[in-house]
Design a protein around this ligand. Sequence first.
Ligand SMILES: *Cc1c(COP(=O)(O)O)cnc(C)c1O
Length: 236
Amino acid sequence: MQTLKNRLITIEDLIRNTEKQFNRPRQSVSLLAVSKTWPASLLRQLAEAGQQRFGENYLQEALTKIKQCADLDLEWHFIGPIQSNKTRDIALHFDWVHTVDRLKIAQRLSNQRPDDLAPLNICIQVNIDDEATKSGIAANALLPLAAEIAQLPHLNLRGLMIIPAKTDNVDQQQASFHKAHVLFEHLSSIYPGIDTLSMGMSGDMTLAIAEGSTMVRVGSALFGQRATTRHEGNVN
Ligand SMILES: *Cc1c(COP(=O)(O)O)cnc(C)c1O
């Protein structure tokens, strides 16, 4: 059995090799370790091996782990759906949010972000394949929402996040990633601080890197298969 640390090294190697293969600058893609359902002890092992960024979907579970890992210098990314009543804890305890798709949520996050913390880093989630049941705004609503978010004092707009439609058709996946990259380039031509295209997961990370991802969100390839929980149904 490969150890967790070995799997981290394997994934880091894969990212570096894929950057090279597709002429992406070295270190232009970072790894977000998606640790939902996994205990703090495993996050600790990864932190010892140098992993700093962790992504969590479920607020209560995340808050427990953030407390348990308070002695470590970790960066916490919220990547789950956000209801209004969760914004305060997210604004208090996270460094990044990838799943902002409504102005109201962005306003609450900005209002609730404490003055003594750095601005909260924000990616706007785009529903890139126009799926009826998926979170995220429509591609044509991205620029108006970005313009509003860019004005909010305690937020730092960093880019966009997508989850493509589930499909085995590689051409279709590639088209979704490509469309997201075009939007990302457009956004970064307007706002100089835009540097993050959050796309690619365990099953499609190399394709996402080929198409311009700057942050892959990897769970099962790192930690192993998650047990199915009552949560799994709500992951967008
Ligand atoms: C769970 C999750 C991931 C990681 O998925 P894997 O297939 O396990 O790598 C990435 N992004 C989001 C938004 C998730 O909810």
